[in-house]
Design a protein around this ligand. Structure first.
Ligand SMILES: [Zn+2]
Length: 198
């Protein structure tokens, strides 16, 4: 899927695809970084996209580099994790470009995907993301916390192209396992977001 060029990046809750895939995303990075997650992702070949706040990435670079080496990809989740909705364009651009610059410096690759903190955004967010070199903003469908998947619809099925959101929290291993179970039960396999949006 190639996002169309324009003054703003598109905002997607799921990736437009018919393929039987779903996407695991892990956000933030400052709160907890369970070491077991690194080996699990490496050994089970779990594709994950990490939307990191740049200070957390800077403080714990080695941890995230190890997940990157296991196949994970680092993407942009602002500097300070402030809700951007309603803030000035200049403020938003600083948060998004500043994080992209820092993440590029730390990991040697500039992020291309952006997730607004709390999912809260406005037109300036999508414009600033574009001006900072991002190609898409990503929301989510399912959230996973404390080993439990929360669906937004009563059918409790993960559908093709849907994005699951979890966080770097103490129970991340449980969350990953719950997400994988939900994806497989739905007849899908986990795939890497960056293989579908370029
Ligand atoms: Zn967040």
């Amino acid at each position: 899927m190639r996002p169309t060029p324009g003054p703003t990046v598109p905002l997607w809750f799921q990736v437009p695809t018919d393929q039987k895939v779903a996407f695991i995303t892990i956000d933030d990075g400052g709160l907890a970084r369970p070491p077991a997650v690194i080996d699990f992702i490496r050994e089970a070949h779990i594709p994950v996209t990490m939307f990191l706040n740049s200070p957390a990435a800077a403080a714990h670079t080695d941890y995230f580099r190890q997940i990157e080496a296991a196949g994970g990809v680092v993407e942009n989740h602002t500097i300070t994790h402030t809700s951007l909705r309603g803030r000035s364009y200049a403020y938003q651009k600083h948060e998004i470009c500043g994080a992209a610059d820092k993440l590029e410096q730390l990991f040697g690759k500039r992020p291309t995907l952006f997730r607004p903190p709390f999912g809260e955004r406005d037109t300036n967010t999508l414009k600033a993301a574009r001006d900072c070199g991002m190609i898409a903003a990503l929301h989510w469908r399912e959230t996973v916390d404390k080993g439990k998947v929360r669906y937004q619809t009563p059918t409790k099925v993960v559908k093709p192209g849907e994005i699951l959101l979890m966080h770097f929290r103490p129970a991340l291993m449980d969350d990953l396992l719950a997400a994988l179970r939900a994806i497989h039960r739905s007849g899908l396999t986990p795939a890497l977001l960056e293989d579908y949006i370029r």
